[in-house]
Write a protein that binds this ligand. Structure first.
Ligand code: 5GP
Length: 120
């Protein structure tokens, strides 16, 4: 899938749409999800045009991959989630119900999160 430069997270990265920022460095931007599914629900996105984890891991420079993974860990730590625990999740493609076609990792925490997947 080709990267769509008009997706909502691309606009947030360019500063065209505001976000409630948690953390930013040269490699990542982290911000609160607009529709939180847990008391803490933060999204971490890499600063680059990648649709999914498959796209990112195949095509991103090593420096950005390292920076993204470090950024996810730092944000979880800084949110105080290391001791109580948390969940990270990245949707990719239609079966996962990915809504925004810019790679993002969700960080959930702040309560008992229950089973990994809800049966349907
Ligand atoms: P996905 O289903 O693609 O994994 O998750 C997309 C997430 O982005 C959803 O949890 C949704 O609430 C969040 N989201 C969608 N639009 C916006 C927005 O404009 N701002 C913020 N902060 N989150 C958004």
């Amino acid at each position: 899938m080709a990267y769509d430069r008009d997706n909502i997270f691309a606009k947030i990265l360019r500063g065209e749409i505001p976000c409630n920022k948690v953390y930013e460095d040269d490699f990542v931007l982290a911000f609160h999800d607009i529709n939180p599914q847990a008391p803490i629900h933060v999204l971490v996105i890499p600063k680059g045009e990648y649709v999914s984890m498959a796209d990112f891991t195949a095509n991103a420079p090593d420096e950005l991959i390292v920076g993204f993974v470090r950024g996810i860990g730092k944000v979880a730590r800084d949110l105080g989630l290391e001791d109580p625990g948390y969940r990270i999740l990245a949707n990719a493609g239609p079966d996962s119900h990915q809504e925004v076609p810019h790679l993002h990792v969700h960080i959930f925490g702040g309560r008992k999160l229950g089973p990994m997947l809800v049966r349907s």
